[in-house]
Structure formats: C-alpha cells, structure tokens
Design a protein around this ligand. Structure first.
Ligand code: NI
Ligand code: MN
Length: 225
C-alpha cells in the first residue's frame, strides 16, 4: 500500500484502486508549507474527529476532489451545512465500502469543531481490504478498547500519534501496538507544535527496545507499507 504523509496526522493511502485521505490539515501547518493542497487527489476523505488540526483543509480538498467524506454523523452533518453534501455518516460500528471494510472505533479524546459546533465522539478507523489491513487511531490516549481490534482485524500496520501532550507519546504507543497486536507503527501527530516536538531517535529506540518498528514519515514523501 502506498502511503503519503502530508504532515501532522494527514496522510493518503491507495488501496483497492481508491485514494483515501485522512484528517486533512495542511495549510495551517508551517512544516507542510511545500504541499499544494490543489494537487491532492482523493476518492474518500476520512475524518477521525472535529479539531482544527484534523479538518482545517477538509472543505477545500473535498470541493476540489469531489471525494466522499466519511466521519461521525455530527461531523458529516456539519460538513453538509457548510455546503458540501457528498458525505457518509457513521457512528461506532462497521460497514463495507467499495475499497474494503471500515470499522469506526472509539478514541479517548475530544472533538469540538473549529466554529464551536459539537463534533460528536472522536474515533479512529480500522480498514480491512484484500491487500492490507491497517488501523489509524486518530488522536487518543491509550485505551483498553484497543484490545478488541485484533478480534476483527489482523493488522499489517498501525498509524498512531506519538507526540504526547494531547495524545499518546511513544512509550504509550508501544503499549497500544501490543494491544492491537501490530509491530509496525507509523507515528503521526508529532513536531507540528511546540507541545509535541519529539526526539526522533529516542522514540524509535523506545519501539526498538520492545521489538517493534517505528516509522516517522517525512512530509511530502510516499512510502510503501
Ligand atoms: Ni484532536
Ligand atoms: Mn490533533
């Protein structure tokens, strides 16, 4: 699976011939200033929760691409109220799409939208396809609910925050990786703001000491997972 990192918690993957974009926040991210949002393609945009650092460029990229926005019903209702109606509301649970099965799973966090609207409950996504299965936890602390994920998905990779302060740090993410039974983790939600600047070598060493791999992707680069 091709994985392109757009900074913070925004990334795109290509699976089953479809382009999935997650948590679009680019123009507000100084570290991602070389990314041109007008060049981003998407068939679907999946949104974990309502915070500005996850929806900042949602409407612009949705309008550019004509992608279907998948998120909790409160967020998709808000998106529709902003004039973009190609949305698919979910709540915690599972559903088949043309690229694979999506489980929208709980995250322990908060979810207010930038204009103060209620953003529903924050979540993450488990995506199961014929090619690959992966988990994007969204912003969350470590939760016991993560232990349910191996019951319905054998993960190839987990994409999880490692920046700490607002979410798990690397030490907690190692335990999360144990809970979801996945030894390959792509770290996101680090370095964007002063509160979440991390020591990359230390974070990787924390994973290596537990027999796990931490990939800290470079903004604008595409890797194969
Ligand atoms: Ni957040
Ligand atoms: Mn965030």
């Amino acid at each position: 699976m091709k994985f392109t990192f757009y900074g913070h918690a925004c990334f795109a993957v290509e699976v089953s011939g479809k382009k999935l974009l997650f948590d679009p926040f680019i123009t507000g991210n100084e570290l991602a200033k070389n990314i041109d949002i007008n060049k981003i393609e998407a068939d679907y945009i999946l949104v974990s929760h309502g915070h500005g650092d996850h929806v900042g460029d949602l409407l612009a990229i949705a309008k550019n691409t004509g992608a279907t926005v998948i998120s909790n019903a409160e967020i998709t209702t808000w998106v529709a109220q902003q004039g973009y109606e190609k949305v698919h509301p979910m709540n915690f649970g599972a559903r088949e799409f043309d690229f694979g099965k999506v489980h929208y799973v709980p995250a322990q966090h908060s979810s207010g939208l930038p204009d103060g609207s209620y953003g529903g409950n924050p979540g993450g996504f488990v995506i199961r396809t014929s090619e690959i299965s992966f988990y994007f936890s969204g912003d969350t602390c470590l939760t016991m609910d993560m232990q349910l994920i191996p019951r319905y998905a054998k993960l190839d990779v987990a994409i999880m925050p490692v920046g700490g302060n607002f979410t798990m740090d690397a030490e907690e993410a190692v335990i999360a990786a144990d809970f979801v039974q996945c030894n390959k983790v792509v770290g996101v939600h680090f370095d964007t703001f002063g509160y979440i600047v991390i020591d990359h070598d230390k974070a990787k060493a924390t994973f290596a000491a537990a027999g796990k791999e931490l990939i800290l992707p470079e903004i604008g680069k595409t890797i194969t997972l």
